[in-house]
Design a protein around this ligand. Structure first.
Ligand SMILES: NC(=O)c1ccc[n+]([C@@H]2O[C@H](COP(=O)([O-])OP(=O)(O)OC[C@H]3O[C@@H](n4cnc5c(N)ncnc54)[C@H](O)[C@@H]3O)[C@@H](O)[C@H]2O)c1
Length: 408
């Protein structure tokens, strides 16, 4: 059944406290994602409802304001939890098995039992490594995700992908190790985004834009397919200016979309013809190639390198659009709309210093999404619709790169 943008999303409800609640339906692994301002002050009672253990191991992002730490620890302790806190320096270079190993040793030093939760309090890096530690400690303990960046609220904290990078001779192999381990609860306190630097806010908005660009091809089946794109475009500037209510609604809708996709294909196993969870990778294979090149930066200045994940995704959306145009799947006007939307986010749609096409294709092949040596690209076919394309011709991929290549 097709659904209009004005209708409430079918998997979002409002609880008595006024928070939006999105249910991720995965049979016995189902859980709620709560979205609202001030939720972290309720982390204690909400965690107590979700898990039976009473010892919480909290993994916190180093850059969070101190009051956030106090709020979380006070709430947990008032609800009867014994707490242990550890702090993580969140960089991709530190998102490694060494850091996971450190966390596991620290968890083991507390009297942490099977039912006690690991609480991930931070952006996607903290969420991924704390989630992975939770997935493997005693073969899995409950994990509560408390995302504190926009990107981790709308993407990383929902869906159960956890993991770490591997450092190899050729450089960083992103998210090469990991586990599917669904959280028991996700608390997205949008108030905590107040301290998030603007660059990271824009990075998260890129994932929201990606969601808008696939909304018609997901189980939500929005009609018309570009409805979420138009709405997102309409509110973007206000969100960037600090409209907290619109930001909350954007998070809810984005989470609802991701939850619906994950519920339909938890482990990304659907065949390419059906899309499934792979559809969330729109722009990501291009993005993957550029975010592993350490010297690239959005403005060509070395101080701003490397690219952030969302910045790379935004560029990847333009590449995917141009590749689709070359293949005859998308019209030029839609590609123009994608580029304009990226620029409205305050993100670059061109990049200085890209290496030659051959090197970029090679890097694309290192992406986890490669299957039997075949590249699987998610490409737009209209605004709001996308398909999985296996091994498109090289010329079309080159056309994708050409669309973002700027002179030195
Ligand atoms: N598991 C998944 O499904 C999934 C999906 C998408 C991305 N990811 C992963 O997520 C990571 C990117 O996540 P991210 O964009 O959240 O980056 P991040 O975790 O690096 O956080 C960005 C920066 O913001 C800081 N920060 C976090 N919250 C803050 C706050 N409230 N106030 C001030 N500063 C704050 C962090 O310290 C960090 O410096 C990547 O490693 C990516 O691979 C995972």
């Amino acid at each position: 059944m097709k659904r209009h943008m004005g209708e409430p999303f079918p998997n979002v409800r409002t609880d008595d406290a006024g928070h939006d609640v999105v249910r991720v339906e995965l049979a016995e692994r189902s859980y709620d994602v709560l979205i609202g301002d001030g939720l972290l002050s309720e982390v204690g009672p909400l965690t107590a409802e979700a898990v039976s253990g009473r010892r919480a191991f909290v993994v916190m992002d180093e850059h969070l304001p101190e009051h956030v730490m106090h709020t979380v620890l006070n709430s947990l302790e008032s609800a009867g939890f014994g707490t242990t806190l550890t702090v993580v320096h969140p960089t991709e270079a530190n998102k490694t098995l060494d850091t996971v190993d450190r966390l596991l040793h620290e968890i083991a030093e507390t009297a942490h039992e099977r039912r006690d939760p690991v609480i991930a309090l931070g952006g996607g890096i903290v969420g991924d490594i704390a989630g992975f530690a939770g997935a493997v400690y005693r073969r899995g303990v409950p994990v509560i995700q408390c995302p504190t960046t926009l990107l981790s609220m709308v993407d990383a904290s929902v869906g159960g992908k956890t993991g770490a990078n591997l450092m190899s001779r050729t450089g960083l192999r992103k998210n090469l190790v990991g586990a599917f381990w669904q959280p028991s609860l996700v608390l997205a306190d949008t108030g905590v985004l107040e301290s998030l630097p603007e660059r990271h806010l824009r990075s998260g908005l890129a994932e929201c834009l990606k969601h808008a660009l696939i909304a018609g091809s997901t189980p939500l089946a929005l009609d018309p397919a570009d409805a979420m794109f138009r709405w997102t475009n309409e509110i973007l500037l206000k969100v960037r200016m600090g409209d907290a209510e619109l930001l909350r609604r954007l998070v809810s809708r984005s989470v609802a979309l991701k939850a619906a996709v994950v519920a339909g294909d938890e482990r990304e196993e659907a065949p390419s013809s059906e899309g499934g969870r792979a559809i969330l990778n729109l722009g990501h294979t291009f993005a993957h190639a550029i975010e592993t090149i350490p010297h690239l930066s959005p403005d060509g200045r070395s101080e701003s390198s490397p690219l952030h994940h969302g910045e790379a995704v935004a560029l990847g959306l333009v590449c995917a659009g141009a590749c689709a145009v070359h293949l005859g799947l998308l019209d030029e006007e839609s590609l123009r709309r994608i580029r304009v939307a990226v620029e409205r986010l305050g993100l670059e749609s061109h990049l200085i210093g890209l290496p030659p096409d051959e090197e970029l294709i090679d890097r694309m092949r290192h992406d986890k999404k490669v299957l039997s040596g075949r590249l699987r690209l998610v490409l737009p076919t209209a605004i709001g619709e996308a398909v999985v394309v296996e091994d498109p011709v090289r010329e079309s991929i080159f056309a994708g790169w050409k669309a973002i290549r700027a002179g030195r």
